[in-house]
Design a protein around this ligand. Structure first.
Ligand SMILES: Cc1cc2nc3c(=O)[nH]c(=O)nc-3n(C[C@H](O)[C@H](O)[C@H](O)COP(=O)(O)OP(=O)(O)OC[C@H]3O[C@@H](n4cnc5c(N)ncnc54)[C@H](O)[C@@H]3O)c2cc1C
Length: 500
């Protein structure tokens, strides 16, 4: 059966089910195909954390629904970097940090548009995420790095430098606890009772994302409301184009299933939208790899210990460790100086010593995204820069490494001289993160657009919720966002009593 066939077919629930994908419906108490204590939609960080805390709170019959064949959405393909102040690992490395400092950094990056209580909740609860992950068997590297816009090194990296290093152990942990996982099940709408409380979902079972075919449509009841943890919609070209036309041509880094179906379902039940036209561009992205692969990981290290250059001037043009919006905008200015025939890709480069520490370097070098130059002349030729000016930029940087003030004020955790051989990467920002989403309370309750009060039985966490990061988020904060608010959503749902 195809999706459009399904949409024209009555589900025997109410006439409202004939509305398009994501329409709301009033559920009939007698027509449920299955019943659960809690249904969680989405198997990424937010969904997994919700299941974790709901299980801890005593719920038994928990179901995680996932529309794709594979688990974990963006969480599984991401770098898994998590910025958390006050963890035992950060303390072990003697790093001075605090939740207050992280809030300050987040608000600066968010241009002050962050919802204060959400931002505060993320920063103050972040260390509990670390403890939860260790308890689930997640392993971290024994080092903490600093990402752009953060005032302290607070980025924890999974041992395999991938979000899979979090998703896989959490999945295993939850299966052992009896949490049920059901993939290839697309939720098409949120169902509500006559009091407007969310009581369950309509689904398409055995859903095939490629063909949009499915075997059966069913309704599932959820006694403790529904947690929506369906992530962003960066791959939904139509939705992106409609909300922010100037980003429509940009490549997105998200997994193919990052489409807008569930945000539409949330809007259809009256959720309050926040900043749906606001997207983040990744400043470490390269035109020489698909999405954000190993090269983007390498770029973080090159930004930290090396420099970035505008080929047209041969000079630095940004603080390579500024927040993402600042860097992406600076790169767009450089790119706009070029033309289709003669593009002007900014590039970052570093010395060999840096590559030894950089996760992603080997893969990016093997795949050809990172280029090796044995001299300044080779580097200049490769990127079409004037050699003398580039030489001067390198000499200027090496003076900063020696202690001279940096006009861009980049924080230096490690002072590494720039010397050949150099390893360089071309840069071009890509659409990376949906800043907007539905409004939630600090308890992860979804807010109704007409009353500005929580919608009964509806909870959201992770990228599908908006507000925490304001206009732009800092690196390594989305994983923590999903895990913090996922935990909260699971707890709130466990305490929620339908018809109360
Ligand atoms: C390449 C890349 C690298 C990144 N690196 C980092 C990083 O290192 N650190 C960091 O903090 N952030 C990073 N991010 C951002 C971060 O990965 C995401 O914001 C985060 O994983 C979102 O988690 P989530 O649980 O909200 O959503 P997801 O992990 O995307 O999970 C949502 C799931 O819901 C499913 N779903 C959607 N609609 C439906 C439906 N109707 N029915 C059933 N299931 C549905 C999706 O298929 C998906 O599996 C990165 C993102 C990308 C793309």
């Amino acid at each position: 059966m195809k999706r459009r066939d399904f949409l024209t077919k009555s589900m025997g629930v109410t006439a409202a089910m004939a509305l398009p994908f994501s329409a709301t419906a009033v559920s009939s108490e007698n027509s449920w195909d299955r019943e659960y204590d809690l249904i969680i939609v989405g198997s990424g960080f937010a969904g997994l954390a919700a299941a974790y805390s709901a299980n801890k709170a005593g719920l038994k019959n928990i179901l995680i629904l996932e529309k794709m064949e594979t688990w974990g959405g963006n969480s599984a393909i991401c770098g898994g970097i998590a910025c958390m102040p006050n963890t035992s690992l950060q303390k072990k490395h003697g790093i001075e940090d605090s939740a207050e400092l992280m809030i300050k950094d987040m608000v600066k990056a968010g241009r002050g548009f962050n919802h204060p209580e959400l931002c505060k909740t993320l920063a103050t609860e972040a260390h509990t995420v670390y403890d939860m992950l260790i308890g689930c068997g997640v392993e971290f590297m024994d080092k903490i790095i600093r990402l752009g816009g953060h005032s302290a090194p607070r980025a924890h990296i999974p041992a395999n430098a991938s979000g899979g290093g979090i998703v896989v152990p959490m999945h295993k942990y939850l299966v052992n606890k009896g949490v049920q996982f059901q993939n290839r099940t697309q939720v098409t709408s949120l169902l509500r009772d006559k009091n407007n409380a969310i009581t369950g979902v309509a689904v398409q079972e055995k859903f095939d994302f490629e063909t949009e075919e499915f075997k059966a449509e069913q309704t599932y009841k959820s006694r403790h409301g529904v947690v929506v943890a369906t992530g962003g919609w960066g791959q939904d070209k139509k939705f992106v184009k409609t909300t922010m036309p100037i980003y429509a041509h940009l490549e997105a880094t998200a997994h193919p299933g990052a489409t807008a179906g569930m945000i539409k379902s949330l809007l259809a039940v009256g959720s309050l939208p926040i900043m749906l036209d606001m997207y983040q561009l990744g400043p470490w992205a390269s035109p020489d790899e698909k999405g954000a692969g190993p090269a983007s990981f390498f770029a973080d290290y090159s930004f930290s210990e090396g420099i970035a250059i505008d080929p047209m001037t041969g000079k630095r043009f940004m603080n390579e460790l500024a927040d993402r919006r600042t860097r992406a905008e600076a790169q767009l200015v450089v790119l706009e100086k070029g033309s289709e025939e003669k593009p002007n890709y900014p590039f970052t480069f570093c010395s060999e010593a840096t590559t030894k520490r950089a996760e992603g370097f080997k893969g990016a070098y093997r795949d050809g995204a990172v280029n090796k130059s044995n001299s300044v002349a080779e580097l200049a030729k490769h990127h079409g820069v004037d050699e003398a000016v580039l030489s001067q930029s390198i000499a200027d940087w090496n003076e900063i490494v020696e202690g001279k003030p940096d006009p861009f004020n980049k924080p230096l955790d490690r002072r590494t001289e720039l010397k050949p051989p150099f390893y360089s990467l071309r840069l071009s920002p890509k659409l990376h993160y949906c800043m907007g989403g539905v409004a939630i309370t600090p308890n992860a309750e979804v807010i109704d657009a007409t009353t500005c009060e929580p919608i009964k039985g509806l909870f959201a966490a992770g990228e599908v919720a908006g507000g925490t990061h304001g206009m732009d988020r800092l690196g390594g904060c989305s994983s923590v966002d999903g895990l913090v608010f996922g935990q909260i959503a699971g707890r709130t749902a466990a305490n929620y009593k339908a018809n109360a």
